[in-house]
Design a protein around this ligand. Structure first.
Ligand SMILES: Nc1ncnc2c1ncn2[C@@H]1O[C@H](COP(=O)(O)OP(=O)(O)OP(=O)(O)O)[C@@H](O)[C@H]1O
Length: 203
């Protein structure tokens, strides 16, 4: 399913951050979001993922097809690597976690408690969760934070495989992932500042 964002305006803390932004994300394609710190990439991704409503405009074609990975890894510290993936597989109603363990080089860490992993290992496990969601549209906020060069390459390979299977990916990142992807710089869509009208329920 193609994700459409039409004339989208998004806000944080009741303040408009980006305005008038449109894009399409078709199956098999990736779109890289760029823009300086504070320009609104996270806010846009949260809106696309349905965590907050747009100020104006529409997002269509995402909904339950979206798997969202934010800055936090979303791991259960007292569960092992295997148990974490099995947990998420059961939440999303999928089964086989072996491809995810393999893709993110976690096979040697399966019995380790997630809370005892290094920052990069935690991030690999957090990203491996995407593969067990079974969802077609990956919406990813700075996915490579804490990853070394080899792990970035594993991540890029996982995204390529996902695209090859008809999935798609919307990724905010400051680094070059080496993907064949369109780039959307959000800077030109910065909103004109106006006093906040209302705060949001979930910060
Ligand atoms: N919870 C919040 N309450 C109020 N303002 C916020 C909140 N979170 C972020 N902002 C502000 O909203 C604006 C957009 O932030 P956002 O996190 O979307 O930017 P970003 O492009 O993802 O930045 P970075 O590259 O640093 O991750 C910034 O000015 C930021 O300070």
């Amino acid at each position: 399913m193609t994700l459409h964002a039409q004339n989208l305006s998004v806000a944080r803390g009741g303040v408009a951050v980006l305005e008038g932004l449109s894009f399409e994300l078709a199956p098999g394609s990736a779109l890289i979001l760029r823009g300086p710190n504070g320009s609104g990439k996270t806010t846009l991704l949260r809106t696309v993922a349905g965590l907050q409503p747009p100020l104006a405009g529409r997002v269509e074609g995402g909904g339950e097809d979206i798997a969202y990975a934010a800055h936090a890894d979303g791991l259960k510290a007292m569960l092992s690597v295997t148990e974490n993936l099995l947990f998420w597989a059961s939440v999303f109603g999928t089964g086989d976690i072996a491809p995810a363990l393999r893709a993110f080089d976690l096979e040697g860490l399966t019995d380790r408690l997630a809370g005892t992993l290094s920052a990069g290992q935690k991030r690999r496990l957090g990203l491996a969760r995407l593969m067990v969601t079974g969802r077609a549209i990956w919406v990813l906020d700075e996915p490579t934070v804490s990853l070394d060069a080899a792990s970035v390459a594993l991540f890029a390979a996982a995204v390529r495989a996902h695209l090859g299977q008809g999935g798609s990916a919307l990724i905010a990142t400051h680094i070059d992932l080496g993907l064949d992807a369109d780039v959307l710089d959000v800077s030109p869509y910065r909103a004109v500042w106006r006093a906040p009208e209302a705060d949001e329920a979930f910060l």
